[in-house]
Design a protein around this ligand. Sequence first.
Ligand code: DQA
Length: 156
Amino acid sequence: MSGAKTAAGSSPVKICIINGPNLNLLGTREPETYGTQTLADINAEITGKFPACEFEFFRSNCEGGIIDKLHEARESADGIIINAGAYTHYSYAIRDAITAVSVPVIEVHLSNIYARDEFRRKSVLSEVCKGVICGFGAAGYSMAVDYLISVTRTEA
Ligand code: DQA
């Protein structure tokens, strides 16, 4: 993150977007559920849509990598968006890492996890996140960015 100023002169809102396991396969993985955009497409769309933000995009198949990034982002970001993939449903370690973060953390899922398999209907992360957006496909990430911009600008 460069800390560069926006055209308006205000500091950019720093947002870290974390994607978890199997989300590198977006575009080809179950397109009827997750859509046809790749993760690179989604990230490029977000970057283009929000020029006043400074994004860090992180993706890992490993629980430890996600936890390390949460620890780092708690110092460097104004807000965090996380799609923890299947870890959502059982990772108390990621939950504990989110609990240790004081900036807002938004949980996002492309699919509506409450309209799918039984095991997906429970998120162990939701209780410790500021909010949850699911079922709106890639648009969910932009909704979360909109929210983070609004709270960051309000609190400034
Ligand atoms: C997901 C939903 C999870 O249940 C699943 O394991 C994923 C993707 C979503 O974005 O809809 O990997 O987080």
